[in-house]
Every structure is written in C-alpha cells, then in structure tokens.
Design a protein around this ligand. Structure first.
Ligand SMILES: [Zn+2]
Length: 488
C-alpha cells in the first residue's frame, strides 16, 4: 500500500510585519524527509506508522517555518504545485497523509489548508483516502474537513502528541481501505478567541478530558478540539470542534454541537491572568518555591513574536534579581559581537528591541562573555529527537544574572539551550524564558513555581488590542454581543 506524505505547516500571525517568503520556509523533499523517522513530530509519527503497518511511505514535500506574517501568494503556490506534481508522479497512490497546521494564511487565500486539501482531492479523486494531522491552534473550516477523510489535531498543549496523532491519521487510511467505509466530518465553530491555554493542568486539562471521553460514542472515530489561533484577522478565526464519524452525519453534527456548547458555557474559565513584567517579577521574588520559572507569553516566537522584547529582562535587571538567568532573547547582532569578542572578554551591547517599539527599548549593558555555542541542539521534551538550530548562542553576565542571546527566532522548549552554555536551571532561583506553554513539556517537572508575564507584545493575552475587520461574527472576550448559536 503506497501512502504519499506531504504538508505545509505554518501558523500565520497576520499582525506580523511583512510577508513570509519561500526562502523563509525549511523545505524537505523526497527521501530526505525520512530523516524525521524517530522524531516525535507529525511526519516522524506518520513515517513510523507506515513502518509499523507495513506500508510503503512515499515522501513528497514537507515545508515548515516559524510562525510569522502572511505567506506570499507565489511562495504558497509554488510549494502547492510541487506537492501536486510529486503526488502525481507517484500515482496511483492508495492514500495521502498530510502534515498540516490549520492556521495558514496566504495573501489572497485565507484558508491555506482548505485550498491545499481540496486541490489534492481533485488530483487523487474521491476514492483515495486523505487524512491529516493538525496543530490544535488551527482555525479549521468545513472546507478543509470536506476535502479530508480524517482530521487529527494534537490533543495536548504543549504538543507532545503530534507523532501519535499522525499515526492515528495513517491508521484511518488503512482502516478505510480495508473495511471500505467513508468517514463524515463536521466542524462546529465557537465564536471565542481562546487565550493560549495549556492542557497539562487547570481548565484546559479538565475540558480536554471531558472532550476525549466523548470519543467512546458509537460511530465516532475522533474528536479534535482546535483551540484556534487568535492572532489572525480572518473570517474563520475562533475555536473549533471537528468530529470524524464513521459515516453518520447526524452523530458528527450532534456531538460537535454538544461539545461546542460546553466550551462556550465554560469560556470564562479560560480568561487569562495578565501580569505586567514588574508584577510577575514581584510575584517571583515573593515565591518560596524555587526555581521560579517566569515565562514571557507576550513575546513568544511560537506565535509570531520577534523574541527580542526587553520588557521582562529589564524588569529583572531593575529588580536586581540574584542567581537568575534569562534564556533566551533573540539578537543575532549581539550574539555575533560576543562570538567575535570571545569568551573572557567584556563588551558594551545594545540588546534587543530591534524589531519594533511594541517590545520595549534596547538595553544598554556592559556584559562579560561567559560562554559561546553554535546553537545546534536536539529537542528533549516536545518534538523529542528533532534537531533545532538556535543560531549562535552567547551566555552573557551582568551583575548576578546570566543572559543567553540566540541568533535565530524560536521559543524556548526545554532546558537544552541553558545546558549548552553551562547553566543547570535547577540550581537557579529565577529562570526566565519566552514561550506561552510549550516550555512546560521541559520545565514543569523541575519548576518550583511558574509565573506568566504578559507585557506588551505580539502574542499578548490582551487580544483586544489587535484590530479586526474580517471575522464573521462578534467574538468573546472582545465583544460583549458575542453569542454561540449552533446551526442545526
Ligand atoms: Zn500550536
């Protein structure tokens, strides 16, 4: 059985400056994609499933880049064409697995995944199963679902189960071919802009457990809870439930509306606490459970932010925190300056806040260069086994604080960037980083306390600050008239 594997994965923050171009994507083609085998990524999971199920995986093209601005039309069209040509070359295929995000926006095409899935459907025909795995931050549409036979969003945030969900998607392709049935999918959208909410604890965990319990119903293959991606100004922004049924349209609709209603009624539990960076630092100082992890959610590259914001770092320096580290702030020019100067030297730097004024002003500091690293690391918590390149890293010291500077945009996923420059975070009193929730996969177990800072930034919990002109209906929590009215 021949399964084509392809995908374009991008979380598009339409509030980011500039378009995302073709050369911003990391594109892997053909057999090189097999290198993801063993990694806990969607494609890695799909490849492993193909081996486990005795299928012939035919990798075509996988494209990914950090969350960033709207994708340039020509960039998308060229990747799409390459995928279509690649699948056609391998035709006939028995099934297609797609590694998608769900929040891709192209200049002129608001629903990247809907467009891509529909085009592939047109190419392979109705009889060939197409199943996809998604990021739960997707803004899913019925158009996407109608073009697919299975939609499998990761359940967990941090996304530690991407590979497992991809394997389920591949399994469904096999089940469809063996048992000769056609799934039916229903997408129910709830007019909510969910603040980034972890499923590891609290309201997110409670809701996820209640949703997963619904998968036991007769005829139901899968329930996917898409938290949605709020930092985008498109018509179908929101929170979504997608139910894949074994063929019963009514049960898919009924169950998705039932869960959507539950989400809507539960919405106030998702309202996020928003602390300024000074407030977060004050709380950290008052905490006796060390190390205190302070995550700067509002400057999370994983949602499209630049990662060079200085608000939290400035507050920590002003508070003269001792035995503290910050890992990391993105500033390629300062990292380069430190690498040129070398370990053991002192340099004057103007650090961060070079992207815009929203994320603060540069910090003028005299620092000691303590350690340097090439930034090529292996992920050890979420996406386990994946290679990641933070670019040149520099560990800089000022007073009793260690500041790690990275060159490439990324959030902090696990303690590896700290270890790389010689910092054992368990020995620190204060550990600051830029991430909304993915860091929890690598830090929850070692953290004494986790405190979230939300100074101004492109991924702030204050979603009311982003202008909206395209959403199709009033949205909670930014509009008091928002209401969930399920279409029967
Ligand atoms: Zn996500």
């Amino acid at each position: 059985m021949k399964i084509a594997i392809a995908g374009i994965s991008h979380e598009t923050n339409t509030y980011c400056r500039g378009e995302t171009q073709l050369n911003d994507f990391r594109i892997t083609r053909g057999k090189k994609i097999l290198q993801q085998l063993g990694m806990e990524t969607s494609t890695g999971g799909a490849l492993q499933a193909c081996i486990d199920l005795g299928l012939d995986a035919v990798p075509v093209l996988i494209a990914w880049t950090q969350p960033s601005g709207t994708i340039a039309l020509d960039a998308y069209l060229s990747m799409k064409q390459e995928i279509l040509d690649g699948i056609e070359e391998q035709s006939p295929v028995d099934g297609v697995f797609l590694d998608l995000h769900g929040a891709g926006v192209v200049n002129g095409i608001e629903d990247l995944e809907g467009d891509l899935a529909s085009s592939i459907r047109k190419l392979v025909g109705e009889a060939v199963p197409i199943c996809a795995s998604f990021d739960l931050h997707g803004n899913i549409t019925q158009i996407m679902a109608d073009a697919l036979d299975g939609v499998f969003a990761c359940h967990q945030y941090p996304h530690i189960d991407m590979h497992l969900r991809a394997a389920e998607a591949v399994q469904l392709i096999v089940d469809m071919l063996k048992d000769n049935f056609r799934p039916v999918l229903h997408v129910e959208s709830v007019p909510m802009l969910m603040p980034t909410t972890t499923t590891f604890l609290g309201s997110g965990k409670e809701m996820l457990e209640s949703i997963l319990a619904e998968e036991d119903a007769v005829d139901i293959i899968d329930v996917s809870w898409f938290h949605g991606f709020p930092y985008t100004d498109i018509e179908h922004v929101g929170t979504h439930i997608c139910v894949t049924s074994k063929g019963n349209r009514e049960s898919a609709g009924d169950l998705s509306r039932k869960i959507a209603r539950r989400l809507w009624d539960f919405r106030e539990n998702f309202r996020a606490l928003s602390l300024s960076s000074d407030e977060a630092v004050a709380r950290a100082q008052a905490s006796i459970d060390r190390p205190v992890i302070i995550n700067e959610t509002s400057d999370n590259c994983g949602g499209g932010s630049p990662g060079d914001g200085t608000h939290l770092l400035r507050s920590m320096l002003d508070a003269k925190l001792e035995n503290a580290c910050f890992g990391f702030i993105v500033d390629a020019s300062v990292a380069e300056q430190a690498h040129k100067s070398g370990v053991g030297t002192s340099i004057d730097i103007s650090l961060g806040a070079k992207y815009d004024n929203l994320h603060g002003t540069p910090l003028e500091l005299n620092v000691y260069v303590k350690a340097l690293h090439d930034g090529r690391l292996t992920m050890r918590a979420m996406g386990k086994g994946s290679q990641i390149n933070y670019g040149k890293l520099a560990r800089l010291q000022v007073n009793d604080m260690d500041i790690i500077v990275a060159s490439h945009r990324s959030q902090t996923f696990d303690p590896e960037p700290f270890l790389a420059v010689g910092i054992d975070v368990t020995r620190m009193d204060y550990v600051a980083l830029k991430s909304s929730n993915h860091f929890r996969a690598g830090f929850s177990e070692l953290a004494g306390t986790i405190i979230t800072a939300d100074p101004p930034g492109l991924t702030t919990h204050h979603i009311e600050v982003f202008p909206r002109s395209n959403s199709r209906e009033p949205l909670w929590p930014i509009d008091e008239t928002a209401a969930y009215d399920p279409a029967e």
